[in-house]
Ligand binder design. Sequence first.
Ligand code: GLY
Length: 376
Amino acid sequence: MEHTPNWVEEAWTKAKDKTLRNIAQIGDGFPHASVNGTYVLEQPNWWTAGFWPGMLWQLYEESGDDRFRMTAEQCEARLDAVLDGYVRLDHDLGFMWTLTSVAAHKLLDSEVSKIRALKAANYLVGRFNLKGRYIRAWNPWTEGEDNAGYAIIDCAMNTPLLYWASRESGDPRYRHIAEAHMDTVLQHFVRADGSVYHIVEFDPWTGQFVEGKGGQGYAPESAWSRGTAWALYGLTLSYHHTGNPAYLNAAKRVAHFFLSNLPEDHVPHWDFRLPQDVTKYRDSSAGAIAASGLLLLADKVGALEAHVYRQPAVKMLESLYRNYGAWDQDNEEGLILHGTSHYPEGKNIDVPLIYGDFYFVEGLARLRGTRAIFWE
Ligand code: GLY
């Protein structure tokens, strides 16, 4: 067992205390970005709905404090309207129900939660395009919009719901679809240098590759840092669930690209490939996601190279704690400052983001040796 540095315990206590205070404000709401110190609450169908309850479950697992559990359960129950409403569901089913219902099933053996998560997995496999071997990202947002051919790198983090569903149900079809999608990620999303596309468009009728797109990154051939982090973590999880070395090798390639592009404080800019005249805002959330993924990667490689991934992960989390934490700011609900949600659309730039908070807490939980990582 590795020695846990003192700052990890300090950070854990501060994250726990601040989250307990936040329960009074946020309750069973669904926060996304903190604007002027207050988390703006989204509709429950928004893709970020799982992160707040997921963080509560992570803290409940360690503390047994029922205030975390009860609020997480209320959030999960509110999501039933989305699950039963169906039409507002996108590929983000994995983010949403892994951190709510899979978490509740893992921690409390809840049968109701298991059924909810299996329903979500069934909707997710229903988005699979057989010709293109990808999980469709979104439904049309506006009348007439045709995005049936779009797949996105974020979905690499949604496939753990399918690996879980195969294990729970004994039916391999969920896993077959997860693997088919991840093989497409290997073939079309991960570039030779370890950077990734955010969006890849296919012809939804023939399955032919059409083009890579910039999406939330600066440009089609730039390197959106959060997308890179989704790829790093998602590929590592696919290796964890399947043992396929192609996923491990790709995860390493993406990790090397990510790590070699970090600035001096170990927390990434929002895109790794920006022209000189574009502001290099940080995206602390990309750092937190990558750090948690790197800690898993370190556990998956041999003892000889574990430090290659573990040491930078620890440095990233420590920098997030010391340089980005809002611990002494009573007027700020966010835990981790300086995230960038969507630069091209000018949305939520340089603010705390709930997924930055969640993955920071998950990274600390890994360092403290938790038994419960919900994606695994
Ligand atoms: N599209 C999900 C994200 O912002 O990472």
